[in-house]
Design a protein. Sequence first.
Length: 423
Amino acid sequence: MLQLTYIREKKDEAIERLAIKNFDAKPILEQVLELDNDRRKTQNELDAILNEANVLAKQVGELYKAGKKAEGDDLKNKSAALKESSKKLEEQLASIEKQQHTLLVQVPNTPSTKVPKGKTPEDNENVYQEGEIPKLPEGSKPHWDLAAKYDLIDFELGVKLTGAGFPVYKGKMARLQRALINFFLDRATAAGYLEIQPPIMVNAASGYATGQLPDKEGQMYHSTIDDLYLIPTAEVPITNIYRDVILKAEQLPIKNCGYTPCFRREAGSYGAHVRGLNRLHQFDKVEIVQVAHPDKSYETLEDMRNYVAGLLRDLELPFRILKLCGGDMSFASALTYDFETYSAAQEKWLEVSSVSNFETFQSNRLKLRFKEGDGKPVLAHTLNGSALALPRIVATMLENNQTPEGIKVPKVLVPYCGFELIN
RNA sequence: GGAGAAAUGGCAGAGUGGUCGAUUGCGGCAGUCUUGAAAACUGUUGAAGGUAACACUUCCGGGGGUUCGAAUCCCUCUUUCUCCGCCA
């Protein structure tokens, strides 16, 4: 959610920047400001009346104490009249605030000045590429065929147990999943991230604070009996740790990481391009989250970008980094880097990580602030990134590393899984 | 799941209808003393809205109510603790 003071002071800048996200903010922001004027006017009126009522109430008390009952009763009647108008104004104020909030939550975050213009993924800027695109020999297979050939992943069994998009990993593949999770967590802790094991169900308040609710309600699995949601990413519980928190400036930056399964309903996305591991309802991911000082958050973003690049390098996967254009960015992000690995048998790039700076967009809703000395609390910046999501890494790994003898395991994972070859 | 108790500022903990945004202690910050530190002493120390700055308003777990007036009384929800039951 954008900050009201920002809209008030820099409306034109906000409109201009939101245009890069192809969002026409003018009408909605003007309405917000109009409501803001109403809000302040109403608040002032209400405050004046409440003040009068407070003064009267005190006087009534004093008069009764002094034994002047008749005069006290007189003031009481006066006070009762004030109450009616204050009640009316309170209702009015609440309604204005609600309208304003409804509008505000519809406005996406303003993109950073570094964000390229554009509408579709084709307009994303390819800022970096590394690693050789492997040339696979004749007869190479996509990962779903390899999974079947070596009995690694059973998609049909998942359908029997749960439904489509809930695969069953078996034997060496299950072990490899575990190895990847441990490898990612070890790397993150070595880089200074505190490991967190959060709940994988959250309440509605958490969903609202990180922005999954209300607009993406349909994307989450919802246990209606207890009104809890299965998390779509560890970002939700880990970021919500800092909901309604005022930190000290010295505590920044805060670096947390966590492994969780992630659940996504992904309603309405079916077809050939989601075959195999490409898109699942349940998958595993290690997430990194940082809370940063506003002056440092873009440095932090570059750190996180380099960190993720290092993971892919160590896994020996060819990858590229895209700076997302305005049209392809998420609602809440100010700047996003997407990481894609090249899946040689499918002959396409697969998104494996997304690293973003949200600036104050999340912290405004979270009320996540920090204090410098005796200063006023200031909103902190939040950032997060996948480091990494497993399924597409596995897909790329299986396809790119296939040999006639079997599938080679990257060296860094061998100590974690205890084998060099899947056959 | 059943019975009882509780929820107050960073923490501990007073406050049961009137001047309480709240006694006090600890912690934090500033100062005095000291070469410096500690100790001691003095002062200061929540958040939101609002204002040029004041003023003013709101907040004592959340929501609602009674009253001229609520941290204090009532209703309701949530959470925590104790006992019992069940259980990995």
